[in-house]
Write a protein that binds this ligand. Structure first.
Ligand code: FES
Length: 353
């Protein structure tokens, strides 16, 4: 027996307790998945011990092909040609769910605090040379992240600082520069930038470019954006590269989908990951993530489904997904859908259960 048995092409969600020890089955033969029942005896496989040091939820690999035993690392997605989709008849899904209405502020609330917000109904306020509109905050039920849309018509913004929080920028349109504690980095459409804790930043639009239009994600989300008098020093030189841009050659394959992590480990992100994803015309099987997530639809249209509700989504819409909320994003546009996501805690976007 050289290859493990694929028990299921997705992980097991298990609540582990601090001080307890867990023997994860690596061969796939156990009848007590995801744990060992000694069925590996006589094979070359051995169980993997996990000693929990804290009480938390973990995702034990169910496909047995992870490279990060005993936990899921997303490898299950590439054991199949197609991402696992929801093949239930549409009529049944429509009968099971109700169309969530958009309120006067352009927000459609779905199950579990999940929502879709229309970008063209955001409430803008001028501050520090920018206009800013809240997208996700603690008032919406977010525990870890806060997200705002930001516009800069021209010139330079004031200098901002968010003490004890990471700030991640995503450029929707326009071109410009973000200066992070004295160092300049380009802002380009479908590109991201990271400001580490304790650093200051200022944004500036390029002359001749259309106005800068960004998403700004702050984590922890209860930190406040302060305007300070001058650019502070203190750039964290351990992470010299702070920006990344969407680049087809850097995409990772996930069955029939693609994604690229823009802000993550490589840019020194401790809290938030930022990615771009490409989704073909399809409906993902309902699933959950351990992380709290914010998504912006960059192109295409479709439907966001939760257990009992659904809402249409289109380019520009902003989605909030609480951790562990069951959901399914359906792309209905024949040309596919592009989206960008931010989530806490930082990691890989291809892990769900
Ligand atoms: S279930 Fe095996 S890598 Fe995810």
């Amino acid at each position: 027996m050289d290859e493990p048995v694929i028990v299921q092409p997705k992980p097991y969600h298990v609540a582990v307790e601090a001080g307890n020890r867990y023997l994860w089955c690596s061969c796939g033969l156990s009848q007590t998945q995801p744990f060992c029942d000694q069925s590996h005896v006589g094979t070359t496989f051995r169980p993997v011990l996990y000693a929990a040091t804290e009480t938390r939820s973990v995702l034990f690999c169910g496909c047995k092909h992870t490279r990060e035993q005993p936990f899921c690392d997303g490898s299950h997605n590439n054991l199949v040609d197609e991402y696992v989709t929801d093949d239930r008849p549409r009529e049944a899904l429509l009968a099971q769910t109700t169309l969530a209405p958009f309120d006067a502020a352009g927000k459609a609330l779905l199950d579990g605090g999940c929502y879709v917000r229309r970008h063209d109904q955001l409430q803008w306020t001028a501050r520090g040379g920018i206009t800013i509109a809240p997208v996700i905050s603690a008032r919406d039920g977010a525990e870890f992240i806060a997200q705002s849309a930001v516009k800069l018509e021209s010139g330079d913004s004031d200098v901002f600082s968010v003490t004890d929080a990471e700030v991640v920028l995503f450029c929707l349109t326009g071109e410009g520069t973000v200066t992070i504690s004295g160092r300049e980095f380009p802002l380009r459409p479908r590109g991201g930038a990271l400001i580490r804790k304790g650093e200051a930043f200022r944004i500036a639009g390029d002359s001749g470019s259309e106005p800068l239009h960004l998403l700004m994600t702050v984590c922890p989300g209860d930190a406040s954006l302060e305007i300070i008098d001058s650019m502070s020093e203190g750039f964290d030189t351990r992470y010299a590269e702070r920006t990344a841009i969407y680049d087809e050659s850097s995409r990772k394959v996930m069955a029939d989908r693609f994604y690229q992590v823009l802000i993550g480990e490589g840019t020194g992100s401790d809290e938030v990951s930022q990615f771009i994803g490409e989704v073909p015309q399809s409906k993902a099987a309902p699933h959950r993530h351990l992380y709290e997530e914010a998504i912006v639809i960059l192109s295409g249209y479709g439907t966001l489904w939760t257990e009992t509700l659904r809402a249409p989504v289109r380019a520009g819409d902003l989605i909030f997904l609480p951790a562990r909320q069951e959901h399914s994003l359906e792309c209905e546009s024949p040309e596919g859908m592009m989206l960008a996501g931010h989530f806490y805690p930082a990691g890989e976007p291809n892990i769900n259960y």
